[in-house]
Each structure stands twice: as structure tokens, then as C-alpha cells.
Write a protein that binds this ligand. Sequence first.
Ligand code: PLP
Ligand code: COI
Length: 368
Amino acid sequence: MTAASSSRAEAFAVQPHPQPLSADARAQALSDLQFGTQFTDHMVRMQWRQGEGWADRRVDPYGPLQMDPAAAVLHYAQEIFEGLKAYRWDDGSVWLFRPEANGERFNKSARRLALPEVELDDFLGSIEALVAADEAWVPGSEESSLYLRPFMFASEAFLGVRPAHIIDYLLIASPVGPYFQGGVKPVSIWVAQGYHRAGPGGTGDAKCGGNYAASLLPQQQAFENGCQQVLFLDARDGRYLEELGGMNVFVVRKDGTIETPRLTGTILEGITRSSVIRLLEDDNRKVVEKDITLDEIRAGVDGGDIGEVFACGTAAVVTPVGRLASPEFDLTVNGGEAGDVTMAIRKRLTDIQYGRAEDIYGWMQRIA
Ligand code: PLP
Ligand code: COI
């Protein structure tokens, strides 16, 4: 455990874990990483009360929460979250990727869910404080990182339907390897029929738990059909590609043009998505954000005009798609292989994240 170095991190009072995992047990845990199954020794919390604001900033031993059964989040799902990673570079230093963007999106989600906003200094300070406490948990093996999960929920015990007056903010951390089991290889995608993730005016562009709850039944159908992820079409026409349950989607045309669904308000504005667009454009590739119909994807994959499809997000980084399926069709993309453009953009991004390439964008921030 190391002391946090910034004053915004020092605002969080540290209560060290009385029995942190031993170095041996931690090394064992870090040698077998699966996404989101293990958690570090500490967690951060703070609480907001109406009329008082945020207080009680703490780094506590990781452990179960005590919660009133009437806590509003358990009934009305007033909750949001974020996901970002801390990367260990070869020289042992630890870095975040565009954390302000996550902080800004957290507050955008907070506004949509009628939750209080968090000062960016508290958001970043909480991350710095937790990584300082649990730095030894940042793995150093290839493709690994410490996944950081800030979240906020209505903890007030009250069953009336209105924005809660007591809100808890927490941050937990999980050492992770690749999101999909089996590492970086093409995944199969199930195109949801009859189910949508989000509709106009809904919460599609907020990162709230309810969106993921709505995705689970079609996600289950994806699993039943041998697919790892579900792709949603728009709710109004049922024709346009939106995004996957937890990732944005891109297609690569044979002429080299890259397309991704434009942001309509029902799609989460991915930080990986915007970074990928920037990197591709700076590499002189044409990137078009537009409405993309499923019909044109089917025709394009079938006829060879679409050579590659990939998904991207913090957890999944950049993941090739090798198959698109639904009750009506089953298409192999790029012979089921990872495409060159996909793997090149994946490398371009991860080289910056892991400090193997110069970061001319100022995206990386050192925290340890
Ligand atoms: N879309 C959804 C629904 C997500 O859950 C995520 C993951 O955060 C993304 C897209 C990608 O966003 P980001 O690249 O900011 O992680
Ligand atoms: C992420 O990429 O951070 C996500 O939130 C996707 C998923 C794990 C929910």
C-alpha cells in the first residue's frame, strides 16, 4: 500500500484493510485473470445528502455493503456506473487512459438519472486514492490491467417514486485479462430481433444499470445460439445498427472506408469509439458516422463489400467479429478471421495505452 500523492486523493481518508490478501495469494490471483471475478483489498466510498452535498470520503477495506431493503435503487434502479482501466507499463509505472472523459460521461449519466453530479476532482481523486492503496493489484502481464468501476446509486430507504435524497458513490477495482474467454479472437454476434436496448428519449446514451438489464434476455439468446454478444437495432424502425450490449460497433468496407453508427441519443458514446475514430482519421482513413441498416450489412458481408466488422469498448478494447447471426441469417465475416484493419487499430490503441508508442494526444495520465 502506498500513500496517495495528490491533494484530491488525500481527501479520501484511508482505513487500511486489517488482513489484505498475502503477496503469494495475490500473485496467484493475478496469474489467472478472468474479467470481473476478483477484487482488490480496498474500495472507495462517499455519500451525498440532499441539501448537504458530498461528504464522508473514504478508502475502506473491500467488503459487503449494509443496505436497507427499502433502498430506492433496489426498486427503481436509480443507478449509474463507469468503466476505465489502469495500465502497468514495462517500467512499472501505472497510467490511466482519458479518465476525464469517463468523469464527464459519469456526470452526463447522473443528470439523466436525476442523480447528483460528482466534482471531477472527486472522481479522479477517488481513482488515485484507490490505485495508491491497491497498486500491487495492477497486473503487469500482457493484455492485463486493473479495471476500475465507479458507480453511484440511490441508497435512501424510501418507496415513493422520486429522485432519492441519499446517494452513495463507490469505486471498486478488479484485475482483468481479456473480456472474452479465449483471448483476442473473433467473436460471434447475435442480432437481436424484437428486443431493443434503448428508445428515443430513453436512457440509451447514459451508462445506467437498467440498460444492461434490458440487454440480458437477448444476451441470453445470443449465448443459446453460440454467440458471445448481442447487437441491437434501433427501436423506432428496427432497421438500423445501434451497438452491442456493452460495446460500440464498426464496419470496414473493401475500399478502406470505415463506418460506425452515428450518435442518435440511444447509443452510448464510447471513449474507445471516439479514440478509434481519431486514430483512424489521423492515419488518413475515411471514417463515416452514419445510419447503417442491417440490410446493407447483410448485403455487404455477403457480397464482399464489407471486409471486417469489429466491436470496441474499455472492457473489450478492439475485438474482431467473425460471425453475425440471427434467426434469419448466419453470416461469416472475413472468413471468420481477425481483419488487418481491426488488428492494426487495436495495436495502435493498445500501444498508446501500454506506453509502447508515443502518446501525442495527451490521453495517458500517470498515477503511480
Ligand atoms: N456501449 C456500451 C453499451 C457499453 O457498455 C460500453 C462500455 O463502456 C461501450 C459502448 C464502450 O464505451 P467505452 O469505450 O467508453 O468503454
Ligand atoms: C466497459 O467496457 O467498461 C463496459 O462497461 C462493458 C461491460 C463490461 C459492461
